[in-house]
Ligand binder design. Structure first.
Ligand code: C5P
Length: 226
């Protein structure tokens, strides 16, 4: 299987030195990439600005903004069997990006923002028989919100976690996640698929979480082909 994985934050520049971003370090997506190459899958990793080494055997494409990430995925998706969107894509970007550093005295205290494209929703019409996996990082019980995202974004699987739980979320090497999968109704890509009961995984290394996700993808791909 060719697996396309995204990781890290995106940066949305206001001027050459200031940007909007988030706390993602890319560790979860890089762990999924490592787990996938371990299983012998060709992996393309589209990474936002992170300071992590590329796992050996992984083809890495570096991007900065959400729109660059979307463009990179659009280029790679036709060759791929599965997409794992673990990147923390910025939902908004400044309405304007100045070419030179803005002077403090010339800046307004109000920042005008415009929405970024939702990458998964944009790509949903191209899904076909591919397996799409998303992540839902929430503060507090993530299940309800993750189930909504699973359906809205037409995903096969969503990996939900509460980033406030110790040992889970940003900048650590462990994660405690819950897998919520869409029922395989045979209506591939249907955004109306109900979700199956959540599968709560214990706290474990991000690499082990990645291994569980890769095994899940292998099983779903096999059932789609069979
Ligand atoms: O930001 P949100 O919680 O909606 O993210 C859920 C999933 O959607 C993640 O897999 C993320 O990578 C993806 N996403 C996206 N495009 C965005 C924002 C998020 O594909 N603009």
């Amino acid at each position: 299987m060719n697996i396309l994985i995204t990781a890290g934050p995106t940066r949305e520049y206001l001027d050459p030195v200031r940007f909007l971003s988030n706390r993602s370090t890319g560790k979860m997506g890089f762990a999924v990439a490592q787990a996938a190459v371990e299983r012998g899958h060709p992996v393309t990793l589209v990474a936002g600005p992170v300071s992590l080494p590329t796992p050996p055997g992984v083809t890495r494409v570096d991007v900065v903004s959400a729109r660059e990430m979307l463009a990179a995925i659009e280029r790679c998706l036709p060759q791929c069997d599965a997409l794992v969107m673990s990147a923390a894509v910025a939902d908004w970007r400044p309405a304007q990006e100045a070419g030179a550093k803005l002077k403090k005295r010339a800046m307004s205290p109000l920042l005008q923002l415009v929405p970024n494209p939702d990458i998964l929703q944009t790509l949903a019409p191209l899904k076909g028989r591919r397996v799409f996996v998303g992540f839902a990082a929430e503060t507090g019980d993530p299940i309800e919100e993750a189930q909504r995202k699973l359906i809205d974004k037409g995903l096969d699987l969503i990996v939900a976690n509460d980033v406030t739980v110790p040992g889970a979320g940003f900048a650590v090497d462990t994660n405690a996640v819950t897998l919520i999968s869409a029922a395989p109704l045979g209506q591939v890509g249907s955004p109306k698929q109900p979700s199956l009961p959540p599968q709560v995984l214990p706290l474990q290394s991000k690499l082990d979480v990645g291994r569980v996700i890769v095994q899940w993808i292998e099983a779903r791909c096999a059932s789609l082909k069979g």
